[in-house]
Design a protein around this ligand. Sequence first.
Ligand code: GUN
Ligand code: FE
Length: 493
Amino acid sequence: GALVNPLDLHSYQALPHALLCVDPYGDIAWIEPHVPDALVQDVMARKGLVGDDVQVVQLKKGEFLMPGFIDTHTHAPQVPNMGAGQQYELLDWLENVTFPMESRFSDVDFARHTYKTVVRRVIDSGTTTCCYYGTLHVEATKVLADIIHEYGQRAFVGKCNMDRNSPDNYVEPSAEASVQGTKELLEHIRGLPPLTSPRPAHDTDRSQLVHPILTPRFAISCTSPLLTSLGQIAASDRSLRIQTHISENLSEIAFTKSLFPECSSYADVYDKHGLLRHNTVLAHAVHLEDEEIALLKERGCGISHCPTSNFNLRSGICKVGELLDRGIKVGLGTDVSGGFSPSILAAIQHASIASKVVSFQHQPGHAIAVPHHLFVNHSPLANKQLPIPALLHLATLGGAQVCDLQARVGSFAPGKAFDALLVSVSSAAGNPAVWGVEVDEALGIERGMGMSKEQHLERMLEAFMFCGDDRNISRVYVQGRVIGGKEWAASQP
Ligand code: GUN
Ligand code: FE
């Protein structure tokens, strides 16, 4: 059937008649880009695929496959707060809305009950790989990791480190206690049972779906000794990912600088503690100074662009185009509940709007008049609206790069895991906002008039990105297994 496959920042493949083979381990064996229906059996026979153990899935009209979304930044315990607190900016929002909710996760039963609904909702929104923050509680965060493992999502899970500037009932008693809890969580997650049929592999990115991630919440909530200890844990394991917030809000930046007067910038605080490297995920990056951008590039850090949250908490607008032009890895984050939606589709929509606002600021009175398909390949993205291929990249391959999983996920290629969405934009999906198959007729596809099949598939992708929601996500695959989606939910007892 139809397949959408991101290639890089500037291009993606739209293949109306592709044949993709998934092996018994859930990895992609091969992709034949152009196979008419009548030739499917011939191609399979040529590839040696015969017998009862081969299952063929034929997509219907209005359906296509694309790589699963990668959410590079979200807070699982804040999902119950979605849609609350938009009147605040960051520091007041943390104090009045966020910390009170997070403190409730000292109750492990509450955590279990809540996290089940959270993870289910994130999966059904089409997120196949997710970077989760838990709370500061070790037990509740173990439960979060257990649920993600049970539901079969690919994820990074961290407990927040916070030993200062936090409420009395929601703060860790010491740096030592915070480090001890972190080590306990690392051990727990690494001890989760590996995939049932893993390819023989020494690489945990292949044998495990759930991984631990160091999560110093942000510089304000961590003492220097705590950051130093976390830097030491990181130094002992290059594959251990790190996630934190950076340069989100002006008051936050000023407070950070006052806490670390010996550091030359916000980024320098993390750098001085050994926390900036190729697998560090930095959320927001709204107000970075020039030297900070250069430092992040040198260290190979990735940025999680969280436009829904940046608008909602009035933090500002990340200059994504400029970061991309400078060769920095960028993915999308929902940042629930700074962001009010768990869906990467919302992040795509708001990333588009954010880039258009930046373009207005740089060309007052000149709305961009060039349609995206006329952009010259590899034209700079700074101060321009992000074209569709760039938005798709941010949601998939870019996110994979940010969490250092580009060898496993983010696009369809032999040897990568089959992490995918079966998208339906047909009228049967029940979302009247998205064009249905009846559009085929309106555009004369059947009669060979109007758009080509490739153009029609591009049109379906754009409609899904801007008007789609979880009603249009029929199946969510991780490592070849269906773990969610509308069709999956309907099949559950
Ligand atoms: N900075 C520190 N903690 C948080 C958080 O929970 N959300 C956001 N958006 N920024 C933060
Ligand atoms: Fe956040």
